[in-house]
Design a protein around this ligand. Structure first.
Ligand code: HEM
Length: 290
């Protein structure tokens, strides 16, 4: 069984550019079919195209975000296949974001009033424009001509900053859909929220596993608070509506927070507080292993 799977996962048909076309062709077909079914002369129609494009983009984004950690946490042929094709999965995300950008420009250019009155928020634009700038840099440096213009350190910094910035953007959209807005969340909001959380969790697990000295002693005074912090973060990530309104009310009691929130990307980072607590927990667990 595993030999067949190994052979299959090594086949040309599902690796490299073949994998890219295997994923992006159905995405592009879905976009074209949707274009024939919505009223593109309306802002709502164009906006629904943006939504579909980004909903196709998010799964490859989360897989690209978790790809390097998967073989560390779950060694095996499937995780190696995903890690081996990380850059092509990243380019699949970029292709779907290319569709989103097309309809964003359509919305902003043709339905400007709708965009200004219904969509425009300065901090969102900063997040989005920086996101696209990083994404374009990541795409160009995924090819030899672009990569050759950066040192390996610069390349790593660009791709790490870029993938975190874009993950933060996408995942926080679903956090707000689940725990902030009054309207009832959709099933896809839960699925993408959990998917983004698991992708980040894999990175944290890989970080912890790589740095844990298995032969080292165990310092319970660090291990217990570490595990407790991870537990608290997990609960807080699952029940955001139970604590976030109070945190927002407290933070927005300070004028400076309201001022900074208007233009600073992702500020004041409330969706990420549980992840920061879990990161502190993982750090303590690693330290407890001496
Ligand atoms: C300046 C750039 C951007 C603009 C103007 C923009 C605009 C929009 C608009 C209008 C929607 C709502 C579509 C609808 O529900 O009808 C949307 C949804 C969304 N956008 Fe963007 N976007 C931008 C950049 C980005 C970037 C860089 C990402 C990163 C991955 C992203 C991720 C999302 C997500 C996750 C949704 C929610 C889709 C859903 O409802 O499931 N956007 N965007």
């Amino acid at each position: 069984m595993s030999t067949n799977l190994n052979e299959l996962l090594k086949s040309k048909a599902i690796n490299g550019w073949n994998l890219f076309w295997l994923i992006t062709t159905p995405i592009s077909l879905a976009m074209i079919v949707k274009m024939t079914r919505v009223d593109l002369s309306s802002a709502e129609g164009v906006s629904s195209m943006i939504q579909l494009a980004v909903r196709c983009a998010v799964p490859p984004l989360f897989f690209a975000f978790a790809a390097s950690s998967l073989p560390v946490v779950f060694p095996g042929s499937i995780s190696r296949w995903i890690a081996r094709n990380r850059s092509y999965i990243g380019l699949c995300f970029a292709a779907a974001m290319g569709w989103q950008l097309t309809f964003i420009l359509w919305l902003v250019g043709i339905h400007t009033d709708y965009y200004v009155n219904q969509v425009y928020v300065l901090s969102d634009v900063v997040e989005g424009v920086v996101g696209y700038t990083l994404l374009i840099g990541m795409v160009l440096t995924s090819f030899k001509f672009g990569r050759s213009r950066l040192t390996p350190k610069q390349w790593k910094l660009l791709h790490k900053t870029g993938i975190y910035w874009l993950w933060i953007y996408a995942w926080s959209v679903y956090w707000f859909n689940l725990f902030y807005y009054e309207s009832a969340p959709l099933l896809i909001d839960y699925v993408y929220y959990l998917g983004g959380f698991l992708a980040w969790g894999l990175r944290l697990s890989a970080w912890t596993k790589k740095r844990s000295n298995a032969d080292g002693g165990q310092n319970v005074l660090l291990l217990v608070p570490g595990v407790a912090a991870i537990g608290i973060g997990l609960v807080a990530s699952s029940f955001g509506r139970a604590w976030s309104p109070q945190v927002y009310e407290y933070l927005f009691g300070f004028g400076i927070v309201e001022y900074l929130d208007s233009f600073t990307p992702y500020f004041p980072l409330v969706p990420f507080y549980p992840l920061l607590i879990m990161s502190l927990g993982a750090f303590l667990v690693v330290r407890s292993r001496g």
